[in-house]
Design a protein around this ligand. Structure first.
Ligand SMILES: [Zn+2]
Length: 454
């Protein structure tokens, strides 16, 4: 046999070996997860090998067809059918089938038109390979509009209660006047003190009090609350299994209700359910509603389990204020890796980065003021990890025009603090402390008029 032919034969054999190896190494699904939310619904297929997929949107009925290569239908994949909840805003049902040998077809039946994004993620943290389908609405709702509607509803409610109070007051005055004896005529120049009280009662102002009320609520204070992590990113997990993403959402929802009950204040949540929001998206949401401040709420793990106490962080233009602060910022900034961000979709990433790098000294100065106002009442709830506001390069605090702080409410890695974080009384105390700090900040630093007319 000539040497060239022998070499070709060897190569052929090698190709066969590779092909055979490829056949035996079919991917298996490790887990399937569905994260429904109004913002977007995410479906994650976790597998022991990277998967490649193609997708197509089809009409009548509206559905998304996804073909995944190198996969056989297995029980884990069939689980997906049962994981779609009836209240999912986007998906009404899932069908799975073996479309061809080694090709699995998923069909997602849709409730509304979607803009799908499919992407894969490399193994990170506890996760293996992930294939992710994000279903976004084709029209993004306007969060500012939602806040204006909330404001109008609050306005009506406040006007009604004001009118009720005024009506009650008038009724009381009327009764008092009826009961009062006929006042003696007051001579001109007589001392006012001798005049009966009833004649001094101011006449009820005519008309509805909407003008005064209008002035009171004209300047709506918007607070962006940012419960950390969510969805694919559980955040830190305590020794007892408590997940950071769950406790911080509970605290933030209570704080939202507490602040919304205050006159003139409206809260915008970066997430109000269990789904993942990328860090830049949290910043963008706050800027879209021209938030007056931004508070990110966390309960992280620390290097040492005995570490305890609350901390408050602001952005730093230079280095971190301590090694611990730097470590914390690195941890938080890694959230996008675990949560799973579609890098290709962030097409204006450079623009975004330039915008984020404009973090101004003024923003940091205001953030430190806010941080100090929050730190004081927090110190009365439990102990503080550090008595000063710490600073480091947290990506989520980089809105150049919004005073922003990140509050570590406690260390979930400390078994005692984990237990407290789950305790409704302790949560209520934290909420009250945060609300007090935020109110004091606005009392001492009244917000300037917003340049966009609400
Ligand atoms: Zn965190």
């Amino acid at each position: 046999m000539n040497p060239r032919r022998a070499a070709l034969q060897r190569m052929g054999a090698l190709v066969l070996v590779f092909a055979a190896a490829g056949r035996t190494l079919a991917a298996s699904i490790v887990a399937v997860r569905v994260w429904p939310a109004d913002d977007y619904t995410r479906v994650t297929l976790e597998s022991d090998q990277p998967l490649s997929a193609r997708h197509q949107l089809l009409q009548n009925p509206l559905r998304l067809m996804i073909d995944i290569d190198g996969l056989s239908l297995d029980p884990a994949l069939r689980d997906l059918v049962g994981k779609v909840q009836p209240d999912d805003p986007f998906i009404s049902g899932v069908r799975v089938g073996q479309n061809a040998p080694r090709v699995v077809r998923l069909v997602l039946d849709l409730k509304q038109p979607v803009a799908p994004q499919l992407f894969s993620l490399e193994p990170v943290a506890a996760y293996r390979h992930r294939l992710v389908f994000d279903l976004y609405p084709t029209h993004e709702h306007d969060p500012l509009l939602a806040l204006v509607r909330e404001k109008e509803a609050a306005d009506k409610l406040a006007a009604r209660s004001m009118q009720d109070a005024l009506g009650e007051f008038i009724a009381r005055v009327d009764k008092a006047v009826v009961r009062a004896p006929t006042p003696a005529p007051v001579l001109p120049g007589a001392p006012a003190a001798s005049a009966p009280m009833q004649t001094k009662a101011p006449p009820p102002e005519p008309g509805p009090p909407s003008l005064a009320l209008q002035q009171r609520i004209d300047r709506l204070i918007i607070v962006a609350l940012d419960p950390g992590h969510g969805g694919e990113d559980p955040g830190a997990v305590g020794p007892g299994g408590t997940r950071e993403k769950d406790v911080v959402l509970q605290i933030a929802l209570q704080l939202r209700d507490r602040l919304n009950a205050l006159p003139n204040m409206r809260v915008m949540m970066t997430r109000d359910a269990d789904f993942f929001v990328p860090l830049h998206e949290r910043v963008r949401k706050a800027r879209r509603v021209q938030a007056d401040l931004f508070v990110s709420i966390h309960a992280d793990a620390f290097m040492r389990p005995e570490a305890r106490g609350a901390s408050v962080f602001a952005l730093s233009q230079g280095g971190a204020s301590s090694a611990a602060a730097r470590w914390m910022a690195q941890r938080e900034n890694a959230a996008d890796l675990v949560g799973g961000i579609n890098v290709a979709a962030v097409n204006d990433k450079q623009v975004m980065q330039a915008m984020l790098d404009m973090s101004t000294a003024a923003q940091i100065k205001d953030s430190l003021k806010l941080g100090n106002e929050v730190l004081a009442p927090l110190g009365r709830v439990g102990r503080l990890h550090k008595r000063q506001v710490e600073q480091a390069g947290f990506a989520v605090l980089k809105a150049p025009d919004v005073p922003s702080i990140l509050v570590e409410t406690a260390f979930i890695s400390n078994p005692e603090e984990e237990a407290r974080l789950r305790n409704p009384d302790y949560q209520a105390q934290l909420v009250e402390a945060l609300a007090t700090g935020i109110r004091r900040y606005f009392a001492r630093n009244p917000p300037l008029a917003r340049n966009r007319q609400l």
